[in-house]
Design a protein around this ligand. Structure first.
Ligand code: DAH
Length: 338
């Protein structure tokens, strides 16, 4: 029995030496130490041993079992380590690889111009005011000194929703809403950017929907010279320090006197600079002040309004207003800030 045990130990350790994977290792473990394994089989025969022999053989059997156990464990650990290393190697992240490029959006050129204009006026102490695009006839026309049947209403062909509701034709109703909200308080210094709608046929310079930026200042002793100084500062910030402006007399029902402002500007592609019309403005009409709760004997103010598309077209040399709305990436990408 002793020889059988020695023989078994030798045989098992030899066989284990050449084992190459975990599956084979397990097969060998079962072969020797499993319920029907070779060692178990020998141990079963121990019942027939004498009392003196039994402890000696028992000890030897334990040694054999331990030796096989140790060999199995060593191999099992090695396989596990190798498996971990293999996995780590296959899952390695190369941090030096360049990242995947994600397509990045950009602020629309029109919104860039509006934001730039907002920032210039915020820098001069203005606040931003907003109003609804579906507007009442009262705010859009009447409170701006354009009563029903006033011929000047024809200047702004409108989309009516009902008799009393329409898509606003300009941002000037936000003047009215701001005065109503301020309820007689001064000073008022706001600009109001937003969408406006007119029944125009779309072409290179017209769109049924476009953007305006309105300005309104109300206080005590506000004069035409304040208006001119404000606009000159604004234009020079937007178009450059040497930009010049001129005011031409004009007519708007909500301002008196009224003017149109031209800027001396060299359009992209032009050889000479020329005067280009850029906005409408004037001193707020006493009737307009009065209707929104400001006593024209005490308060005065100026207002102005400009088309955002027109300014963006001048600034960037864009020749067709429709470029702003077609969402052609080749156009838009040129304005993406890096
Ligand atoms: N609302 C005018 C328009 O759409 C623009 C305008 C002109 C606004 C003079 C003003 C202003 O505030 O004073 O044509």
């Amino acid at each position: 029995m002793r020889e059988r045990l020695e023989q078994l130990k030798h045989e098992a350790l030899e066989e284990l030496k050449s084992v190459l994977d975990a599956k084979r290792l397990d097969e060998l473990r079962v072969k020797y130490q499993g319920k029907k394994g070779k060692l178990t089989e020998i141990l079963r025969g121990m019942g027939g041993l004498s009392a003196e022999e039994r402890p000696v053989i028992g000890q030897l059997a334990n040694e054999v079992r331990d030796a096989i156990d140790a060999a199995v464990t060593t191999h099992a650990e090695r396989f596990e380590r190798e498996e971990t290393e293999r996995r780590l190697a296959s899952e390695t992240i190369d941090v030096t690889l360049p990242g995947r490029k994600l397509p990045r959006g950009a602020v629309h050129p029109l919104m860039q111009v509006i934001q730039e204009i907002e920032e210039i006026f915020i820098g001069m102490g203005y606040q931003i005011a907003e109003g609804p695009e579906v507007e009442t006839d009262y705010h859009n026309f009447e409170a701006l000194n354009l009563p029903k049947d006033h011929p000047a209403r024809d200047m702004q062909d409108s989309f009516y929703i009902t008799e009393e509701l329409l898509l606003r034709t300009h941002t000037s109703p936000v003047q009215v809403r701001t005065m109503q909200r301020m309820d007689g308080e001064v000073p008022i210094k706001v600009i109001c950017p937003g969408k406006v709608y007119r029944r125009d046929d779309d072409d290179a310079t017209h769109s049924f929907q476009f953007h305006q930026i309105e300005g309104l200042v109300i206080g005590k002793n506000i004069r035409m010279s304040d208006l001119k100084g404000t606009l000159l500062t604004f234009i020079q910030k937007l178009f450059g320090e040497d930009a010049q402006i001129r005011m031409r007399p004009s007519f708007f029902p909500f301002t008196e006197p009224s003017a149109e402002v031209d800027v001396m500007y060299k359009k992209k592609g032009a050889t000479e600079p020329s005067w280009l019309e850029i906005l409408g403005c004037g001193m707020v009409h006493p009737r307009v002040l009065e209707m929104s709760g400001y006593d024209p004997e005490q308060y005065s103010g100026f207002a102005f309004g400009m088309g955002a598309e027109r300014i963006a077209m001048l600034k960037y040399g864009i020749d067709d207003i429709r470029h702003f709305y077609n969402n052609d990436e080749r156009f838009l990408k040129q304005f993406a800030r890096q």
